[in-house]
Write a protein that binds this ligand. Structure first.
Ligand SMILES: Cc1cc2nc3c(=O)[nH]c(=O)nc-3n(C[C@H](O)[C@H](O)[C@H](O)COP(=O)(O)O)c2cc1C
Length: 166
């Protein structure tokens, strides 16, 4: 079973979780890079990111490093922006052949509230089985992330699969 963790991260939280999840599941790690990142500064960052998340404009992405058609299963990681998933994920998921491979999603947020984003994923992704809400690494609830990641990846770790492959 070949797997990929495909993620977008602006400030590193989703990247850190993606690395852990990829390492625990033996999946390849693939980062989504936008054609143009939002501003790094305060109110402008929130306005640009929130605007993109709500209205979707300027959400083009660069070609990925790897061809997703070679994977059986895909996990998606995204920060929550304005209550939604990052706009670049929506751009990626315009491709039906990618949508059908996604079985798991993980979100990173300040509040832990990912309801609207998960609602979107459940509607779009016919084979979605696992989802998890993770917290900013500097937040008060960050300590719960490792256990939540453990539960999330347990769906992907089939006893003996590694031995059979080798
Ligand atoms: C533009 C923008 C909008 C955000 N909107 C929300 C939000 O609506 N709810 C929330 O809990 N956190 C929100 N956050 C915080 C991020 O979801 C959180 O810091 C996340 O861990 C960032 O992931 P990253 O470090 O991988 O970019 C927002 C952050 C940015 C930059």
């Amino acid at each position: 079973m070949s797997r990929a963790v495909v993620y977008y991260s602006f400030e590193g939280n989703t990247r850190e979780a993606a690395r852990k999840i990829a390492s625990l599941t033996g999946a390849d790690l693939i980062e989504i890079k936008p054609v143009k990142e939002i501003s790094e500064f305060g109110p402008r960052k929130m306005m640009e990111g929130g605007g993109k998340a709500i209205f979707g404009f300027g959400s083009a992405i660069l070609p990925l490093d790897k061809d997703l058609s070679s994977y059986d299963e895909i996990m998606i990681g995204t920060p929550i922006w304005a209550g939604r998933c990052a706009p670049y994920i929506k751009t990626l998921l315009k491709d039906e052949s990618i949508r059908s491979k996604v079985t798991g999603v993980f979100t990173l947020s300040g509040s832990g509230n990912n309801r609207q984003c998960i609602k979107y994923f459940r509607k779009k992704l016919p084979n979605l089985k696992y989802d998890v809400s993770l917290h900013d690494r500097v937040g008060k609830k960050a300590g719960a992330n490792d256990e939540a990641i453990g539960t999330f990846v347990s769906g992907y770790i089939v006893p003996g699969e590694k031995e059979l492959k080798n």
